[in-house]
Design a protein around this ligand. Structure first.
Ligand code: ATP
Ligand code: MG
Length: 157
């Protein structure tokens, strides 16, 4: 359905802000006004939940997670950046494969199955978008995904 993506994303971030246990600071760089997109709210919530829980899982205490949304052409680009352990360059595309986890020993302690980003990739693709990662080992990770903007701008569903 047609959704104001900015308030949709803020609601998800707020939910994490209220439940997070570690000292992790959230920084929001979001456009002021509403931006309308056509999306499956449950499925996109699943995507964003996984990206945020990964960012929290791999962040150090006191780390910062930055959320940024920008318009680029007829797409919206969302970036979620952390200051965690990072991902080696050669694994930046593999993390979107089913069951792939960077460091089996490390990941086992942190729980999870290695499916989150594979599912995220399918969901984003079904929305007509793309998802990718950028990272520097030991400095942090950024996950980006695009969503097409509603054609003809905003409208009531
Ligand atoms: P699940 O999401 O199924 O609970 P998971 O979190 O291990 O398990 P994915 O979300 O698919 O699986 O992530 C795959 C792997 O990519 C992770 O196991 C981890 O090795 C790496 N990864 C993902 N996000 C980050 C991040 N923000 N920082 C460092 N490594 C990451
Ligand atoms: Mg995950």
């Amino acid at each position: 359905e047609t959704t104001n993506y900015i308030s949709f994303l803020k609601d998800i971030i707020d939910r994490f802000e209220m439940s997070k246990k570690q000292h992790i600071h959230f920084e929001l760089k979001l456009p002021r006004g509403p931006i309308y997109t056509y999306l499956d709210r449950d499925k996109m919530t699943q995507v964003i939940d996984n990206i945020i829980s990964n960012a929290i899982k791999y962040s150090p205490d006191g780390g910062r997670i930055t959320f940024k949304v920008v318009k680029k052409g007829n797409h919206l680009v969302t970036g979620i950046r952390d200051q965690g352990v990072g991902i080696p360059k050669e694994n930046l595309t593999k993390i979107f494969d089913r069951f792939f986890r960077v460091d089996k020993a490390r990941s086992r302690n942190l729980g999870g199955t290695g499916l989150g980003l594979a599912i995220a990739k399918e969901i984003v693709a079904a929305h007509g978008g793309e998802i990718w990662a950028d990272s520097e080992w030991n400095k942090g990770t950024a996950i980006f995904f695009t969503l097409p903007l509603s054609k003809g701008g905003s409208y009531d569903a």
